[in-house]
Design a protein. Structure first.
Length: 271
């Protein structure tokens, strides 16, 4: 039987080992990097974010928002604290965002949540020493999809300078016939409304679109199609294939110094 190309566990033999590793690394990050946890950006108990700070004076620091993946239905912000290692090493405040999960909520609610987290950062991060005028974002897998939905309005500035989208999903239609049909049951309306490939974007955002070299074909084809979609709209787009990386090792490496993934993130942080 043909394996579902979207079912990551079937294609990454070390899936559980990597999840255990990133959770361990995240606990270490929370213990060693100065942080403020669980700041509410909305009324729902899932609507919280964690701030991580670089050493030194907290004044007019760059700000980076990270959004985790998990096909919108698993993982949490605390699983991805380790990404703050790369962000804070570059001298920026890391904002690691939590959100509610499907199927308990629908896609519209999640997109609205991450947009309100971005709004919170724009309005409140100065109170923590950040400069909202130096805002960049990143996300992995479903998190890359959600990150894209933060600058998908060509009629108003997003206040985002740069974005790194790693292993992202930009056309939701194929997921309706994947294993996710039973897990999150995307509707036709959700596919139309929330597929980035059908949106226009803020042309002032510089975008890095990356995918693991060993990921399944749909992730490569979606990355290529979305890059072309953005380029046609005048956005500055760079594309990268991370040699030897799969869907899980690529996101693990985002917090590992010297890896291709972490170097890409550092490049976006420097925009």
């Amino acid at each position: 039987m043909t394996k579902d190309p979207f079912r990551t566990r079937d294609h990454v033999l070390e899936f559980d080992d990597i999840v255990a590793e990133i959770r361990r690394k995240s606990a270490e990050t929370r213990a060693k990097i100065p942080m403020v946890p669980d700041i509410a950006y909305g009324p729902d108990r899932a609507e919280t974010l964690d701030l991580f700070f670089p050493p030194g004076k907290r004044e007019s620091l760059p700000v980076h928002i990270f959004i985790h993946g998990g096909y919108w239905r698993m993982f949490s912000k605390s699983d991805y604290s380790y990404v703050a290692d790369t962000v804070t090493s570059a001298g920026a405040i890391a904002v690691v965002v939590g959100y509610a999960l499907m199927p308990a909520v629908r896609m519209a609610a999640i997109v609205n949540q991450v947009r309100r987290a971005r709004q919170w950062a724009s309005e409140r991060i100065a109170n923590f020493g950040g400069d909202p005028g130096q805002l960049t974002i990143s996300g992995h897998s479903a998190g890359a999809h959600l990150a894209a939905m933060l600058f998908n309005d060509s009629n108003q500035p997003s206040a985002i300078k740069g974005a790194m989208l790693l292993g992202g999903l930009y056309d939701l239609k194929p997921l309706q016939t994947s294993f996710l049909a039973d897990e999150i049951a995307l509707t036709d309306e959700e596919v139309t409304s929330f597929s980035p490939i059908g949106h226009r974007f803020d042309s002032s955002v510089a975008v890095e679109i990356a995918v693991g070299g060993d990921e399944t074909p749909p992730f490569h084809s979606q990355a290529a199609a979305f890059a072309e979609h953005l380029e046609r709209q005048g956005l500055a787009v760079s594309r990268s294939s991370l040699a030897g990386a799969n869907h899980m090792s690529s996101i693990r490496d985002l917090g590992v110094p010297g890896t291709d993934a972490s170097q890409l993130l550092a490049r976006v942080l420097a925009i």
